[in-house]
Design a binder for this molecule. Structure first.
Ligand SMILES: *Cc1c(COP(=O)(O)O)cnc(C)c1O
Length: 366
């Protein structure tokens, strides 16, 4: 049995008729960028997250970059973020002209360690950029307290956490703004690239809309030099269809994670943490184990995919070497050496989980 990391075809087969009808309707109208479908999606996302504004954008990287710019963060400013995330998180800080400052992570949640964040704050710090990694909310209460104490903006990278909550509040609704990616493999994915920002701040929302559309104030009037980061109508239509299924899919991910937990309970590995009033939606199911690369190769030999999220701390990427901390951060170094993500998507069947667990047990010599 061959088991991939994610099987987007399974999801799209079930939605093919609905997606096809929406696409035909929009093509018939000649509506391809912006318009009623995008407006409707923005309203549905804002309502779903519980904020006043959602702004559809071209992708999740732009969502981060334009939010930092709209918040007035740029040259000379520092933004404290995680070294254990996709490169776009830190790349957006560099794009905005600011400096990413990496703080170490918590070994159990894989998210920013609030004590390490506190130690990384300097007089130049302007914002905190936590990531709700793998779908588990970051420890937001201490981060929000630090931000308040030091007068910092908090921008949440929610690219992996659509629908995750903390004490019933959606990720994205806790800070100044939350940014989303709808890249196809995310837990809410479009049929191409797409992204969004959510915020309760009217001025930030207005500036974001402007920046995403060439800085236009009124038609043919440009107040600042902006960007082209508009959302396609076709992607908005696909996202509206998929948004209606998201709760079911997130619940399926949680069931699959609980099933993995049972199957892997006796193996020599560290299973994902959850709890603390934080509702994990399992964008990825990531374990820590020794001899990671050998284990991955053994799985691959049995036709089972796995993935390393992420093989090195961001400051060890050549592109970001200039932002390396004075000394390596010990927790993220260890996690990068031992992490392995197992196949995770809502359509995974119980029998497939048994197959993954069996192969993993053999790979670990059990
Ligand atoms: C995917 C992702 C992004 C970037 O989103 P794109 O839509 O690919 O530009 C940013 N941050 C995190 C944590 C991500 O997983």
């Amino acid at each position: 049995m061959r088991i991939p990391m994610i099987d987007l075809a399974r999801q799209h087969q079930a939605l093919a008729a609905e997606l096809g009808a929406a696409w035909q309707r929009l093509a018939g109208q000649g509506q391809f960028v912006g318009g009623a479908e995008v407006e409707a999606l923005q309203g549905e996302i804002a309502q779903r997250i519980g904020v006043r504004h959602a702004i559809g954008l071209a992708n999740g990287t732009d969502a981060l970059h334009l939010t930092l710019r709209a918040a007035g963060i740029g040259a000379g400013d520092e933004v404290v973020t995680s070294p254990y995330t996709f490169i776009a998180t830190a790349g957006a800080i560099v794009h905005a002209g600011a400096r990413p400052v990496f703080a170490d992570i918590d070994p159990r949640s894989f998210n920013l360690d609030p004590a390490a964040v506190a130690a990384a704050i300097t007089p130049r710090t302007r914002a905190l950029l936590p990531v709700h990694l793998f779908g588990q909310p970051a420890e937001m209460q201490p981060l929000l307290a630090l931000a308040q104490q030091h007068g910092l903006a908090v921008i949440e990278d929610c690219a992996q956490s659509f629908g995750a909550t903390i004490g019933g509040v959606a990720t994205g609704a806790l800070g100044l703004a939350g940014t989303y990616s709808f890249y196809p493999t995310k837990n809410l994915g479009a049929c191409g690239d797409a992204g969004a920002v959510v915020t309760d701040d009217d001025a930030l929302a207005a500036r974001l809309r402007r920046l995403a559309n060439h800085g236009a104030g009124a038609p043919q009037e440009y107040l600042e030099v902006g960007y082209n980061s508009r959302l396609d109508a076709l992607q908005a239509a696909a996202l509206r269809i998929k948004l209606r299924h998201l709760d079911g899919w997130n619940a399926a991910r949680a069931r699959i994670a609980a099933h993995y937990d049972e199957l892997l309970a006796d193996l020599p590995l560290v299973r994902p943490q959850r709890g603390g009033g934080r509702d994990h939606i399992f964008h990825h199911y990531t374990v820590l184990l020794e001899r990671r690369d050998e284990v991955a190769a053994a799985l691959r030999a049995e036709g089972i995919a796995s993935a390393v999220h992420y093989p090195r701390p961001l400051y060890r990427q050549p592109a970001l070497a200039a932002y390396a901390p004075a000394a390596p951060l010990p927790v993220v170094e260890d996690v990068c050496r031992r992490c392995l993500s197992l196949p995770m998507y809502p359509e995974l069947q119980a029998q497939e989980l048994d197959t993954v667990a069996g192969a993993l047990a053999r790979a670990l010599g059990r």
